[in-house]
Design a protein around this ligand. Structure first.
Ligand code: C2E
Ligand code: CA
Ligand code: CA
Ligand code: CA
Length: 371
């Protein structure tokens, strides 16, 4: 864009020339619009031959271009389809080539990808979910369930984790593991989070004492900014939430992706008196040095480590290491996914404070909690 329209066209012409240099006379190169080209090639022996054509194309196009005095380099992604395997008409082939190209893009710069049916089905499902999410709140398709966190020493309820449920009229029930990542790609997550936090306050605050906490799952991309602060204020001023009653859970993976940002924003939360927990702990690249830098109150031990506690010595060792580390840093521990008495015994003997899981209770609606 910084070169203006003419330069852009000049560049695309050079791109086209290089593509033409790679193909045979019988092949057809066309510009599809924007910066997208279609290459229609006469039959080749097999997929290996197709792949090597894609590789050569990427190679050629990744060499720098000369635009007046400036050297320009571009990235290129290739989606590959084969007729008749991947489509019976041009329309279908083009759509599938597009899907493969987007997949290649997601793999990184300078990649190619073949189309496959799974890819198409996956894309189709993602589009349906994305579309469905837009109306989910206004159609009352969302609901919340709450899972108690139990204090192992006293067996009292320490708090509840809020978990979102979506029952779509068209698609049926959809797991948050499937729809949350889609919502996170757009602004939809902000609407869902606002609704979730306000609804959870209304449902739970009448049932909690001052010491109990409400755990909410938040993706770090969301916090920070005016809207997030307004939401927290609203929960405190209008719904009567005490800051210390709120525990914000952030996954370890998300934290590591943007450590600097996370440190700033977690500190802000801490200043307000809000608690912070690292979710799915142990699945990322946990290290002592980063735990020391982060202002956190709890680690939630990922349930995959808890699952095999009785049989897997490695998992036992990992859990013991996490517990020791947390204790020496003065951080509280919550074990996730406790399903059996034996798991519970082990965790308690190692000094874990709090646990959550089907052994105690499944996530419940607010009406179920009241009974
Ligand atoms: P998470 O934060 O790790 O939540 C714990 C998950 O483990 C929940 O799955 C819960 O139902 C499940 N679980 C609890 N106890 C047990 C057990 O004993 N055994 C087993 N096998 N599973 C147990 P769920 O409700 O399907 O949620 C999946 C994920 O979706 C959550 O993982 C969380 O990352 C995300 N999520 C859920 N609600 C929200 C939300 O409101 N906002 C955001 N951003 N993410 C959410
Ligand atoms: Ca493009
Ligand atoms: Ca969580
Ligand atoms: Ca978790």
């Amino acid at each position: 864009d910084s070169f203006g329209h003419d330069a852009g066209d000049a560049l695309l012409k050079q791109v086209a020339d290089r593509i033409l240099g790679q193909v045979r006379d019988s092949d057809i190169v066309s510009r599809l619009g924007g910066d997208e080209f279609t290459l229609l090639i006469s039959p080749v022996e097999n997929d290996i031959a197709l792949a090597s054509i894609a590789e050569n194309l990427i190679d050629t196009l990744s060499r720098p271009f000369q635009l007046d005095d400036v050297e320009v380099s571009i990235g290129c992604s290739v989606g590959v389809v084969s007729y008749p395997r991947d489509g019976e008409n041009l329309d279908q082939l083009m759509r599938h080539a597009d899907a493969a190209m987007y997949h290649a893009k997601a793999l990184g710069r300078g990649c190619y990808a073949f189309f496959d049916v799974d890819l198409d089905q996956r894309n189709h499902r993602l589009m349906q979910i994305k579309h469905g999410l837009r109306h989910a709140l206004s159609r009352n398709e969302m609901s919340l369930v709450y899972q108690p966190e139990i204090h192992l020493e006293t067996r009292e309820i320490f708090g509840y984790e809020v978990l979102m449920r979506w029952h779509s009229e068209e698609l049926g029930p959809i797991s948050p593991s499937e729809f949350i990542p889609v919502a996170e790609e757009s602004d939809i997550i902000a609407d869902l989070t606002s609704w979730m936090m306000l609804q959870a306050c209304r449902d739970l605050l009448p049932l909690l004492n001052d010491k109990m906490q409400i755990g909410v799952n938040i993706s770090p991309r969301q916090f920070g900014g005016d809207r997030w602060l307004t939401l927290i204020r609203q929960c405190i001023d209008q719904e009567g939430l005490r800051p210390s009653q709120l525990c914000v859970e952030i996954t370890e993976g998300a934290l590591i992706r943007d450590m600097e940002q996370a440190v700033v924003q977690l500190s802000e939360l801490r200043k307000l008196g809000i608690r912070v927990a690292i979710d799915d702990f142990g699945t990322g690249y946990s290290s002592l040095s980063y735990l020391k830098r982060l202002p956190i109150d709890f680690l939630k031990i990922d349930r995959t480590f808890v699952a095999d506690i009785e049989t897997d010595q490695d998992d036992q060792a990992i859990i013991c290491a996490i517990i020791n580390m947390a204790q020496s840093l003065g951080i509280g521990l919550i074990a996730e996914g406790v399903e059996t008495q034996e798991q519970l015994k082990f965790l308690k003997s190692q000094g874990c404070d709090i646990a959550q899981g089907y052994f105690f209770a499944r996530p419940m609606s607010v009406d179920q909690i009241k009974c």
